[in-house]
Design a protein around this ligand. Sequence first.
Ligand SMILES: [Mg+2]
Length: 253
Amino acid sequence: MKKLIVFDLDGTLAESKAALDDEMVTMLTNLLSVAKVAIISGGDWPQFEEQVLGRLPEKKRLKNLSILPTCGTKYYQYNKGWKQLYAENFTDEERVKITHDLHEGVELSGIKFSKIWGEQIEDRGSQITFSALGQKAPLAAKKKWDPEFTKRKKIKIKLDKSLRGFSVNMGGATSIDITKSGVDKAYGIQKLQQTLRIKIAEMIFIGDALFEGGNDHPALTTGVECIQIRDPEETKSVIKGIIACLSVKKKAK
Ligand SMILES: [Mg+2]
């Protein structure tokens, strides 16, 4: 029986950097009463507060929720308030190298940007994120920019060469996430297994970027059962199915 449902956030539970909608809030709340839930996103903790935690009304169910910001490089568990279990932060030297190589990789890729909203590179401590159109870009512009991931693949090819020893994965609508090598969503899933004492076979992972090079792809390597979804609407159908299935099994116990 499945005990833990693990979700990506952007493109899976909500649109890029948007808050969960009302229907998703209800569904997640219902899901938390029949299973444990974890969310692993490229976004950092403040992003989770805005998109997810501020939207979940019932504190009593939060002990069933695990939050893994920045692709599993940080981990928070609820116990009378949110507590950070770990953060795999970069050293200063690593930061300088990644930022330098990102600038260079983008330049070498030949991709031009006609308009940018805010900073393109954000240091999230344990992850450096390149947001092609800037941190404050409107969703409509982001959705149009690289729906097939072709532009980001060009940049990723350059970064994979110069940033050996780091994980470079595409996520969100326009972003590339860089973490320490091996510290990615697979690492997050292993940590969930150890912390919650739930076997990988008892988990399901749901994400929109499970393809090669996508930031959900490392999850596949753990052997967890994965469901690729197209958008948050499809995620809702999947959650409905899971709740129905787990509720029947709980009653039959
Ligand atoms: Mg995603």
